[in-house]
Design a protein around this ligand. Structure first.
Ligand SMILES: Cc1ncc(COP(=O)(O)O)c(C=O)c1O
Length: 487
């Protein structure tokens, strides 16, 4: 008979921890087996003994032993007691640190891909945060959302809809979005052309998954949306930055790049260029489509905030007149709420099938209940009412933000009034942006770094500052803080 377990659980099993005693005993036994303190065939103290040592009810120990036996860690040998299962291999002898390893302090023993040196998320923490064009989530009544969820849940329950479902997303929402894209944005689509995604970022990621292989080239603008570039980079893409000016992406530069690289995709935000807010001119749109046909690349058209265009009717997406050349990505984040994580991709059915396959690999299917609730908000007209309301509010905020910029930053920054979208692009003169950003960070003022938009060192630098999520008082405070950071 092997030596009994040296019961030195001391500080490892304690009533003061918020883990039940029974669970702590199980964890301690498994950990000691893993570490080789308890070897195969070793006997454990009887349940009575251990209960006495630990000062717990014997039933607690019995319960823990029973679970460990059922899980295959221990064997019961009847009257002789309980031993470590003989089927377990001898542990690898290793030096273990004195300190108990937890998920928080364990040294990682396997290889994994760490995030890039500069992760995408804004530095967290308290303080004032300026976004890059988010909506004001406070303007959407929570009660409306609760009612839509309630109705979606009842319907799903009635129709056995709480099951695994189509990875392309809620049929009701796909139908509503197809109708909206067709009637309001001129896209020749039906529900078969739609896959619901977790926001447009997920749509961009999924589109890149089906388009890009390691070493393929992807054209982006010299100033662009960094998370999209990061998604292409994660796939091993060769990023080819091209110029962007006040008319949008420079299509001569696109052609030049296509002659030198095997370009699989061009990522653009034609409606409201990110970050500069400009719209891609019609002649350049046509030229880009022509180049796509000529060089066989796909255009990823990210139309992330289509609904907000203040100067005229929104421009119709390129996917409307080049449907076989474009993967169109849209979102409900700006119109409704970013937290719902609803976006969509519109493309020909074979591409939608490939994207749906990627959905089934990554999250199985979407958040159907949330999608059904969003469909409900479209069908009952609440979303339309909300859109009308926020468009008016944001139009006013855009005007007053511009006036506030003039007052606060007028001597050091220029901007062009954005025709649409929810942000301003500010160009600073006589201001060291690196210094300004450092000073802002020290003050607790957070915003996306000017460098985060740049895919090329010689790209024009600026700051993209959202206006829609701030009420007039907040906007004043934010711009005053920005001014202070500028020095
Ligand atoms: C240009 C652009 N694309 C995509 C997104 C992603 O938004 P979401 O995933 O919430 O739809 C954003 C968010 O601000 C954006 O600015």
């Amino acid at each position: 008979m092997l030596r009994p377990w040296p019961v030195s659980l001391g500080d490892r099993i304690s009533r003061s921890r918020d883990v039940p005693m029974y669970m702590q005993i199980i964890q301690a036994v498994i950990r000691d087996i893993e570490r080789g303190r308890l070897t195969s065939g070793a006997y454990l103290p009887s349940s009575r003994e251990l209960a006495q040592i630990l000062g717990v009810n014997r039933k607690t120990v019995v319960l823990a032993y029973e679970d460990l036996i059922a899980q295959g860690w221990l064997d019961s040998t009847g009257t002789r007691g309980t031993m470590v299962a003989t089927s377990l291999p001898d542990p690898v002898k290793r030096q273990h640190a004195e300190i108990e390893a937890t998920m928080s302090n364990a040294a990682v023993d396997y290889r994994f891909a760490p995030p890039p040196e500069r992760p995408l998320a804004l530095p967290s923490g308290s303080g004032l945060k300026l976004d890059e064009g988010a909506p004001d989530g406070r303007l959407f009544p929570a009660e409306l959302l609760a009612r839509a969820y309630r109705s979606a849940a009842h319907n799903a329950s009635r129709e056995n809809g709480f099951q695994y479902r189509d990875p392309r997303g809620s049929p009701a929402l796909r139908e509503s979005i197809a109708t909206m894209l067709k009637s309001q944005r001129g896209l020749p689509v039906t529900a078969e052309n739609i896959c619901i995604t977790r926001g447009s970022q997920n749509g961009i990621f999924l589109a890149s998954q089906v388009l890009v292989s390691p070493g393929d080239s992807v054209i982006v603008e010299a100033l662009t949306y960094e998370p999209a570039v990061a998604a292409f980079r994660a796939l091993g893409a060769n990023i080819v930055p091209v110029d962007v000016d006040e008319d949008g992406i420079n299509t001569d530069a696109v052609e030049y790049a296509c002659r030198r690289n095997a370009v699989r995709a061009v990522f653009v935000t034609p409606h409201h260029q990110f970050p500069t807010t400009v719209s891609l001119r019609p002649e350049r749109r046509l030229r880009l489509l022509e180049l796509a046909r000529q060089f066989g690349f796909a255009i990823i058209e990210d139309d992330y905030d289509h609904e907000f265009h203040f100067e005229s009717q929104p421009l119709l997406p390129m996917a409307g007149y080049g449907p076989g050349l474009v993967i169109y990505v849209g979102s409900m984040s700006k119109l409704l709420l970013p937290a719902l994580r609803i976006g969509y991709v519109a493309a020909p059915p074979p591409v939608i099938d490939a994207i749906a396959h990627m959905v089934s690999l990554t999250d199985g299917m979407g958040n159907t209940l949330t999608e059904d609730a969003a469909a409900e908000l479209i069908e009952n007209g609440e979303l339309r009412r909300h859109a009308r309301k926020v468009r008016q509010i944001y139009a006013k905020r855009r005007e007053s933000f511009a006036a506030e910029i003039d007052k606060t930053l007028g001597d050091i920054a220029d901007y062009r009034m954005p025709d649409g979208g929810l942000a301003f692009w500010l160009r600073f003169h006589d201001t060291d942006l690196d210094q300004m950003e450092q000073r802002a960070a020290a003050m607790g003022l957070r915003f996306a770094s000017s460098r985060s938009f740049m895919t090329r060192a010689d790209a024009p630098r600026g700051l993209r500052i959202g206006f829609a999520s701030l009420n007039p008082y907040e906007a004043r405070t934010a711009l005053a803080a920005l001014r202070k950071a500028a020095g």
